[in-house]
Design a protein around this ligand. Sequence first.
Ligand code: SF4
Length: 74
Amino acid sequence: MASTDMKINVDKEACIGCGTCVALAPNTFNLDAEGKSEVVDAAGDPEVDIRKAAEACPVSAIKIEEVESEVKTE
Ligand code: SF4
């Protein structure tokens, strides 16, 4: 079975805690005690939603790396 592991990094120094990523992918991102986004489950939401969250971040604090044997480019 093929599966894509996504490695998601949030730059907490850049994050302004707007909550957009949490709204778009609530099972993946959460605001921590300091109001900064953190990843709670990299596979918590459909990939498309996680990508939307990363794209919607106003400060581009979310970086997604794909970890898979066959690298797809779009
Ligand atoms: S969308 Fe970006 S700035 Fe807003 S909470 Fe998420 S990581 Fe932080």
